[in-house]
Design a protein around this ligand. Structure first.
Ligand code: PLP
Length: 446
């Protein structure tokens, strides 16, 4: 089914791609070239996606029982790291934009306040860009962290393309972050699970990072992943400027078309001018569809079924299409035509039950217990309405974007239950909850 090439290329890393002693430093050389290409001091390939790279990065900065500042709009892999690594998190809450129902990354002032309140914290983890293309003021946050002598980790899973064009938002290494994680299979071009972490300066020691990576990484890395990462680096160094120029012109044309379509609201520079976000990735075409009377999930399902177009993400309010260096005139036309058809057809789509969206601040839950203790302790499954006031023992993350609405150790509120129960009824996917239907929730036993 896959073809012989896949299997014949899937050689072992040692005694295959290289010899037993790694005498040709095949992977090491590719990593050096990557570091050079993206202006990092060091780069390390990872074959387990950013899900594992963020765990390694966090473990290199804060060990069990130590405090780490974490932006609360984090992907579930970051919250999983908090649980697995046994970190004591200090949540830094995002900027919640009630009109757009979007969480944007926190700013330098939020991070400074949290660092001053928790001087023992070992560092900060920021997410930029978000799934929807909203970007943090990385340089501002890095300078605040460095003034207080702690490192900044940036989960830049959605930012693999950023080092290769000046008109794209700030790349973490240029923004003076210490450790940056990317997934090249997302906005770049590589097979799934292709991730890199990048190091700058000496706030995070290379040997500590390597040893902690060794705790988590596989002993059977995929050569296909390594080769795809190396190939991506070479393509970007040789042709990235030109390819991304074309992608940027393409996305500008698409954005202009979408802005003129009735019932669609594009996430655009207005969100920057209103002070919610520092920068936006123009290659993310994030479109609110609520005025069409449908949810983003319905829009995504219709686009896939009727038009064979898969969008990168969808939630209750919106969809997000991704334009990359790999798009062509054909995919541009198909995307624009399909959105036009969606606007025309939306009226005939089934009306789904209303989702009770949370108000600003309603997602800032009280942390009553260490996430690790809440997750591994004794738990019970209770009806959702009885979960109000109880401490969560699980992650509950609508996917996408996979940001937990409730993390273990947080006190569940009525607003959160209303949102999750109404969301599940309207088609929100919540795969990590023990009961994805949200009829019951897993809480710490009394
Ligand atoms: C912000 C963020 N960080 C990390 C990850 C995990 O990346 P991966 O799917 O490569 O494991 C994701 C995945 O969507 C993400 O959105």
């Amino acid at each position: 089914m896959l073809g012989e090439g896949v299997f014949s290329s899937d050689v072992l890393s040692l005694n295959g791609l290289d010899d037993r002693r790694k005498s040709h430093a095949v992977v090491g050389q590719a990593e050096e070239l990557m570091a050079d290409a993206v202006r990092a001091d060091r780069a390390f390939f990872s074959t387990c996606g950013s899900s594992l790279s963020v765990k390694t990065a966090m473990l290199a900065v804060a060990g069990p029982g130590e405090k780490l500042l974490v932006s609360r709009n984090a992907h579930k892999s970051v919250i999983a790291a908090v649980i697995v690594n046994g970190v004591d998190p200090v949540w830094v809450h995002p900027h919640f934009d009630a009109g757009r129902q979007l969480a944007h990354p926190p700013g330098p002032e939020d991070v400074e306040r949290a660092l001053r309140a928790h001087p023992e914290a070992k560092g900060m983890l920021l997410i930029s860009p978000t799934d929807w293309g909203s970007c943090a003021d990385i340089r501002g946050v890095a300078r605040v962290c460095h003034a207080l002598d702690v490192p900044l980790i940036v989960d830049e899973a959605w930012g693999a393309h950023l080092p290769f064009h000046d008109s794209l938002p700030t790349w973490g290494m240029d923004g003076e972050a210490d450790l940056v994680v990317t997934s090249v299979h997302k906005m770049g071009g590589a097979v799934e699970q292709s991730s890199v972490f990048h190091l700058r300066g000496d706030r995070v020691a290379v040997d500590v990072l390597k040893q902690r990576e060794d705790l988590l990484g596989t002993t059977s890395p995929s050569s296909l992943v390594y080769c795809a990462l190396d190939g991506w680096r070479r393509q970007m160094v040789e042709q990235g400027g030109e390819l991304l120029d074309t992608a940027l012109r393409r996305s500008a044309r698409i954005r202009a078309e979408v802005a003129a379509m009735p019932g669609l609201r594009l996430l655009d520079q207005e969100a920057v001018h209103e002070g919610y976000t520092a920068e936006l990735d123009p290659l993310k075409i994030t479109v609110d569809v609520r005025e069409l009377g449908i949810s983003g999930m319905q829009a995504a399902e219709w686009l896939r079924t009727a038009r064979h177009v898969d969008v990168g993400a969808s939630d209750t309010c919106r969809i997000s299409g991704q334009i990359t260096h790999a798009d062509a005139d054909r995919t541009e036309e198909l995307f624009v035509d399909s959105l036009r058809a969606l606007v025309e057809e939306a009226g005939s789509l089934e009306r789904r039950p209303r989702v009770l969206l949370p108000e600003p601040g309603a997602l800032e839950l009280e942390q009553a217990m260490l996430p690790r203790h809440a997750f591994f302790g004794e738990a019970e499954q209770v009806p959702a309405e009885k979960a109000v006031g109880r401490i969560a023992a699980e992650m509950t993350s609508p996917y996408p974007p996979g940001v937990p609405v409730v993390a273990p150790g947080e006190v569940i509120t009525a607003e959160v239950v209303d949102f999750l129960v109404s969301g599940a009824a309207a088609g929100l996917l919540i795969p990590d909850a023990a009961d994805p239907s949200m009829r019951t929730m897993r809480v710490v036993a009394r």
